[in-house]
Design a binder for this molecule. Structure first.
Ligand code: DP6
Length: 319
């Protein structure tokens, strides 16, 4: 019998974003999305059974996130008729809850670990559906590489291209180490309920997906850059125009965006994307990573950078 399972799952960054839900209770996204796995931004989770009478959780998460984790475990117990408690120890090698998708890698690690611990033998589709129940973006982190979410009344993710078929680098500009004030779940509800742009966000989304997938298929960096930045800015415009407005950007966030434009002016292909936080992820071709990193590191307000590449295949070990 398996005593414990350790999973390393990578965070991912969406180039075409998930923002809004069609069903909040099922945590089902309103739209498709498309992401790249981030090889070196990882959550490591060890999961086993606990005889302590309740679930034992050691993690860097705050109270609300821990409560969400326990709800996820309750659902697992209910779905597979399990009468046991779990012991979970989890850590991230990057700042938690600050817009670097710790919930994506966290819930993907959990879904993969539970699958192994309970011997469920879930398919990729089922694993991504399970992870999605914890966090929408986690559906994508059960795979590495280029991944899309297929929307439905039970959305799931699919890998569209392995990482090594298009070696891209990602420079993460850390502009704040603090946890964000408004989590993505809450902020996307505000957008859906109150932003005058939300309807247009939904109406134009499939076009962005089609354009991004065609760009990936053709390995057309400039086309992927254009649609990714457009989609990111459209999501943030929707977020900013909710009531209350949520402004994730700091001065350094905007400064990095300008630096990326300057790099492109200077003939170095690069583009930015930003999730629900102030960090900026700059994507470039592998051969330009050093130059782009130097240029982004020098921007005022950038605390440090993390340099990684598209990847993020999960790693699982059993004790
Ligand atoms: C901006 O997956 O964190 O990162 O499903 O409510 O947990 P919940 O939301 P979450 O939202 C991610 C939003 C985003 C865009 C994206 O990753 O697609």
């Amino acid at each position: 019998m398996t005593n414990s399972v350790t999973v390393s799952a990578a965070s991912n960054i969406a180039l075409v974003k998930y923002w809004g839900k069609r069903d909040t209770a099922a945590n089902d996204p309103a739209t498709a999305s498309l992401s790249i796995g981030l090889e070196d931004l990882r959550t490591t989770t060890t999961i086993g059974f606990s005889d302590a009478g309740d679930d034992q959780v050691i993690s860097p998460m705050n109270e609300a996130s821990t409560a969400r984790l326990i709800r996820f475990l309750d659902r697992v117990r209910e779905t597979w008729n399990i009468d046991r408690n779990f012991s979970i120890e989890t850590s991230n090698n990057f700042p938690t809850g600050s817009g670097l998708a710790s919930s994506a890698s966290g819930f993907a690690a959990l879904a993969l670990g539970i699958n192994q611990l309970l011997g469920l033998e879930l398919s990729g589709m089922e694993l991504s559906r399970l992870a999605r129940r914890g966090s929408g973006s986690a559906a994508r982190s059960v795979y590495g590489g280029f991944v899309e979410v297929i929307p439905s009344d039970d959305a799931w993710a699919n890998r569209i291209l392995p990482a090594d078929e298009w070696p891209l680098s990602v420079i993460v500009a850390i502009t704040s180490e603090a946890s964000k004030q408004t989590g993505s779940t809450e902020a996307m509800q505000i957008s859906a309920d109150t932003s005058p742009f939300y309807k247009q966000w939904l109406a134009t989304h499939q076009h962005d997906m089609t354009t991004a997938k065609a760009a990936i298929e053709a390995r057309d960096f400039a086309a992927l850059a254009a649609v990714s930045e457009h989609n990111c800015l459209k999501m943030h415009a929707t977020i900013m125009t909710g009531q209350p407005s949520v402004l994730y950007w700091l001065p350094a966030t905007v400064a990095v965006m300008h630096q990326v434009l300057a790099l492109r002016e200077a003939g170095i292909p690069a583009f930015f994307t930003i999730d629900a936080g102030s960090q900026v992820k700059v994507i470039c071709q592998a051969g330009d990573a050093d130059r782009v990193n130097q240029s982004i590191s020098a921007v005022d307000g950038v605390i440090r950078t993390l340099v990684t590449r598209v990847g993020g295949e999960p790693l699982i070990s059993v004790a």
